[in-house]
Design a protein around this ligand. Sequence first.
Ligand SMILES: *Cc1c(COP(=O)(O)O)cnc(C)c1O
Length: 341
Amino acid sequence: MEKNSEIDWENLGFNYIKTDYRYISVWKDGKWDDGKLVTDNMLTISEASTALHYGQQVFEGLKAYRRKDGKIQLFRPDENAKRMNNSNSRLLMPEVPVEKFIDACMQVVKANEHFVPPYGTGATLYLRPFIIGVGDNIGVKPASEYIFSVFCIPVGPYFKGGMKPVNFMIADYDRAAPKGTGAAKVGGNYAASLHPHEIAVKKGFADCIYLDPSTHSKIEEVGAANFFGITSKNEFITPVSESILPSITKYSLMHIAKEYLGMNVFERDVYVNKLDEFIEAGACGTAAVVTPIGGIEFNGILHIFYSEKKVGPITKKLYDTLCGIQFGDIKAPKGWIFEVK
Ligand SMILES: *Cc1c(COP(=O)(O)O)cnc(C)c1O
């Protein structure tokens, strides 16, 4: 492995860093080209691109992990590929074959191998695949051309110095409509979330929680992460709704809760006025893996779950098991790990 002495692995955050190579493939005349690695991190696109005007764009997020033996692995990239295609189909964008998506990720990791943080730092290489509608196209209709790209940045562990619970408030806004694009990983949902996020941060919360957009009585998303709660009856509960973005971390935790920790797992409604059914709660997603929820403010009252200071034991066990699998220290379920060769 080529050394990278310019990076302070211990103090990485979640910031853009220009790495050496990114993958670019272009869709034109009904098909994708072979794709290639390029060094230029700038895109030149038509001013009339649908991605710029009508939000015709999708993205993904996943990580490459350095194992103890120095090898590098991806965690469930096939699931990201499938989810991106679900997002693509919602926005009338062309499908990317699963093999092409995984190959693009592998190429980017290999070409930027010296940016993959060392084992033991908790840091990882974050991959950002995306597709944008481009070409000369001012009418409201799908683009004539598309760019599929994957770039990467080394990122630090979300919680420096260990996991800590954080507090959330219930948002006064929706991030998605009941039958809108909530289940698609598209920039438009994020545009809608910037304002409520800023309000929550100004009030001293980590982020806001979105309720279901039809009745505003059930928890849907915790910022840009999924919600889970643990009951005193050894249950792992997570909300179900067609406007929730299906988190791969969430489905992985459901499997771990059941198969590794022997819990009962349910996807069902989580009512914001019945939070006392949970003894622990958390948010989950690729970036932070698991964020313990200290408390949730609703109607002016802060509901505390396990503690505002300490991480609950089951939340900790879920986190440790998933991280152990992702870094190759714990045996993974079949098909979850893709070694980068
Ligand atoms: C990406 C994302 C998540 C987390 O999904 P993972 O696959 O676990 O990273 C959750 N909610 C939203 C809105 C997202 O965009």
